[in-house]
Design a protein around this ligand. Structure first.
Ligand SMILES: Cc1ncc(COP(=O)(O)O)c(C=O)c1O
Length: 398
């Protein structure tokens, strides 16, 4: 008999990948499915990235790269942060297999049994499983749709105990698109100083903000913030390169070294071809983002007005970052589907919608059972078709 570890048995599969797989399976059976659950941009990377990868293949970059990342890429990442006012160099940078692996390393390097980590719900799907794998206790502070999901500082202060080691901040947020204001980030930085906590700042959507809103780079909040802050980022969202699996952490050398040790015994680091593609991306001229952001703004307007016009969805304050809407769907609770099922949860809403040919992610996956996540990083026609299907699905409810 196969015995699986308690740790893996306790873990749920990633809900976002599960919806994507379900949508693909329904499509393979011939159903017409519009998948609005995607966690990735639909555009193309800057041309410099694939060109650099092709050159790397032609140059025979077939061998292991240095575990911590190729020096040119670590330098380029550090230079980009220096340009934003963070005083870092190569030794502060570890290149990882996507932002996800940086977070996983940090959980293992900073936390163990008995340690607590404060994070905000709604949260990205992998934080809690990763902290639990490390044996740590996630302490979730709820943020609310009516506050635009900005954290309440009194709630954060109340969640900190003498076992708290880490605060995790994700701004702009997946799934809400909330960009935490500078004032609130500064107050979180003060709390971290007061309680001697490490801040993990997941800034993977930092280039995707709108309406003049700035995504504050956490270590720029005070002169001492870099001593206790680790930034996590990746080429995945900014450069539309989710599949290349290149990310990084930037933080204190002792933490970077500890995580490099973990990397040396797990993946041995990232393929040199992919790292050189990442180098092409992070050194490309920034203007490639202008049309992407303009298109995302139009799509956000289309999706938010379309959803608000459907009785049952409530988008609330329009989010200023990332490419998701996280509308409330509790307006559907108590309604009945054509097969006689009463909708009671966001999970029921998502389940009904996928049966009707639209993929959305239930809020339960993010710790918020009143909402669903819908992506607008999709072509206009896809969003229009998705809205049409949503209207049709909702019209069948009684
Ligand atoms: C908030 C957040 N952090 C981290 C990640 C992981 O990024 P990557 O695909 O680079 O591993 C994602 C991906 O969806 C994300 O949304």
């Amino acid at each position: 008999m196969i015995h699986l570890s308690d740790r893996v048995q306790a873990m749920q599969p990633s809900a976002t990948f599960a919806i994507k797989a379900k949508a693909a399976a329904l499509r393979a059976e011939g159903h017409d499915v519009v998948d609005l659950s995607a966690g990735e941009p639909d555009g193309s990377p800057p041309v410099e990235a694939p060109a650099a990868a092709r050159a790397a293949i032609d140059a025979g970059r077939n061998r292991y790269a240095p575990v911590a990342g190729i020096p040119e890429l670590r330098d380029a990442i550090a230079a980009n942060y220096r340009a934003r006012g963070v005083d870092v160099g190569r030794d502060n940078v570890l290149v990882t297999v996507g932002g996800k692996q940086a977070l996983h390393h940090l959980a293992l390097a900073l936390l163990g049994p008995g340690d607590e980590v404060v994070l905000f719900s709604p949260y990205w799907v992998s934080y809690v499983p990763q902290f639990e794998l490390a044996g740590a206790t996630p302490v979730v502070v709820r943020t609310r749709p009516e506050d635009g999901f900005q954290p309440d500082l009194a709630d954060v202060a109340a969640a900190i105990t003498d076992r708290t080691r880490v605060i995790l901040v994700n701004s702009p947020s997946n799934p809400t698109g909330c960009v935490i204001s500078r004032d609130r980030l500064a107050a979180l930085n003060d709390l971290a100083r007061e309680h001697d906590l490490i801040v993990i700042s997941d800034e993977i959507y930092d280039n995707l903000t709108y309406d003049g809103t700035e995504a504050v780079c956490f270590p720029t909040l005070s002169d001492d913030a870099p001593q206790r802050t680790v930034i996590v980022n990746a080429i995945s969202k900014t450069y539309a390169m989710t599949g290349w699996r290149v990310g990084w952490m930037v933080g204190p050398v002792a933490i970077v070294k500890a995580c490099a040790k973990l990397q040396g015994h797990s993946t041995s680091g990232v393929s040199p071809v992919n790292q050189l593609a990442a180098l092409g991306a992070v050194t490309a001229p920034r203007d490639f983002l202008v049309p992407i952001k303009a298109a995302l703004l139009k799509r956000r307007a289309l999706l938010s007005s379309g959803l608000n016009a459907i009785d049952g969805f409530d988008v609330g304050p329009i989010p200023q970052g990332a490419f998701y809407l996280f509308p409330r769907v509790d307006g559907f609770f108590g309604r009945t589907t054509p097969d006689g099922t009463t909708i009671q949860t966001a999970f029921d809403v998502a389940n009904y919608l996928i049966e009707q040919g639209v993929g959305v992610v239930p809020g339960e996956a993010f710790g918020e059972p009143q909402c669903v996540r819908i992506s607008y990083a999709l072509a206009r026609e896809t969003l229009e078709k998705g809205l049409e299907k949503l209207r049709a699905a909702v019209s069948l409810l009684s």
